[in-house]
Design a protein around this ligand. Structure first.
Ligand code: NAD
Ligand code: TYD
Length: 366
């Protein structure tokens, strides 16, 4: 039976990659893509699938429960895949309100409508609410601690992770109390195409191309566990198809890197790209360090992020054993693909880095 999905946050980084993945994988399914198009949401992220007759984009807010209810009824939705969120830790430090509004109130609005239509009115006994969450809800690890598993106690440290933790608890409560058929995935840091250039990897790539400083917070020894975004989409697919109701699944890449090492790697790959392709110097004449093959000279240590989590690492054993999940992209290939994507898609990142983004990023470092 083809599914009818409501995908929230579908014009964001992971949501858009998920929509591409799903339409390729399940060509008979229908997707209603709901997105408020905040600074992080871009219609151009869905350009490749714009003409797909099984996809309909709706510009709207998940907090608008009347709209969500109308969409669910009109399109006979049986599956919600919930990505919509405020997602950047630094922004949550300077302005937490939007995080509480979208991540907590917005998630609750979706849960309420899903319960009303699917359970109270009994319209869809077979339904699924899949909630996309993060490993950041588990807090921070020391160097020798075991990786986060699904039993690790929640200990969120930033307004972002606290708001995601609250949303995870609400999803759990709607299952436990009302019997809503839910699953949750907690994933590590993603990277890949359409990643907004305020996050570490695309920020470093685009800053090199503008010959701007590469800001390293604190000592640069914080560790993140990086996963190629399409592997996250596949992981969510497996949870939706095979995951047990009410359960959480950790999805990760078994790929821990210190920030400074990631930045040095991107610098090395960019130096190589400019050496191997002289056309790049003509296309990016501002990128002086890359042209001179010394991108690492742009690395600049800056004040640390307040409350900066030291290390995240995911133990994906449960997803491996129960769902057969394994990442298919190696970091070596994934990071090269990503760098090439940014070199090939200057139009995309120039367009998304509009005035408001530039103002924000400049205020950060002044
Ligand atoms: P993103 O910031 O790139 O995209 C979020 C999308 O949600 C944007 O398109 C935005 O316009 C939309 N949105 C925001 N508020 C909305 C609202 N009130 N109503 C409707 N749409 C709204 O984020 P992302 O990196 O794609 O993350 C997607 C989800 O995955 C989030 O829930 C995030 O917590 C989770 N996650 C992200 C990562 C990561 O590394 N990026 C890792 C694990 C989990
Ligand atoms: P980020 O991409 O913001 O993801 P998250 O905070 O969700 O892990 O940051 C990844 C790591 O890189 C994090 O430890 C903060 C660090 N960082 C920098 O050192 N400099 C930067 O300019 C940014 C954006 C992040």
């Amino acid at each position: 039976m083809p599914k009818k999905l409501l995908v929230t946050g579908a014009a964001g980084f992971i949501g858009a990659n998920f929509v591409h993945y799903w339409l390729k994988q399940y060509s008979n399914d229908n997707i209603i893509a709901l997105d408020a198009l905040t600074y992080a949401g871009n219609m151009s992220n869905l350009d490749h699938v714009r003409d797909n007759k099984n996809l309909k984009f709706v510009h709207g807010n998940i907090c608008d429960d009347e709209l969500v209810e109308k969409l669910m009824r009109e399109h006979d939705i049986d599956t919600i895949v919930h990505f919509a969120a405020e997602s950047h830790v630094d922004r949550s430090i300077t302005g937490p309100d939007a995080f509480l509004e979208t991540n907590i109130i917005g998630t609750h609005a979706l849960l309420k409508v899903a319960k009303k239509i699917w359970l109270d009115e009994g319209l869809k006994p077979e339904h699924r609410f899949h909630h996309v969450s993060t490993d950041e809800v588990y807090g921070s690890l020391n160097t020798d601690d075991p990786a986060f598993n699904e039993s690790t106690a929640y200990a969120p440290n930033s307004p972002y992770s606290a708001s995601k933790a609250a949303s995870d608890h609400l999803v759990r409560a709607y299952h436990h109390t009302y019997g809503l058929k839910v699953t949750t995935s907690n994933c590590s840091n993603n990277y890949g195409p359409f990643h907004f250039p305020e996050k570490l990897i695309p920020l470093v790539i685009t800053n090199i191309l503008f010959n701007k400083a590469l800001p390293i917070y604190g000592d640069g020894q914080q560790i993140r566990d990086w996963l190629y975004v399409e592997d996250h989409a596949r992981g969510i697919d497996l949870v939706i198809q095979k995951g047990r109701l009410g359960e959480c699944y950790n999805i990760g890449g078994i790929n821990e890197w210190a920030n400074i090492d990631i930045v040095n790697l991107v610098c090395k790959l960019m130096d190589e790209a400019f050496s191997n392709n002289t056309d790049l110097a003509h296309r990016f004449p501002e990128a002086k360090a890359a042209i001179n093959n010394n991108c690492a000279s742009l690395i600049t240590y800056v004040k640390d992020r307040p409350g900066h989590d030291r290390r995240y690492a995911i133990d994906p054993t449960k997803a491996e054993n129960e769902l057969g999940y394994k990442p298919s992209e190696s970091f070596e290939t994934g990071i090269r693909k990503t760098l090439q994507w940014y070199l090939d898609n200057q139009e995309w990142w120039s367009k998304v880095m509009d005035g408001s983004y530039q103002d924000w990023i400049e205020n950060q470092y002044n």
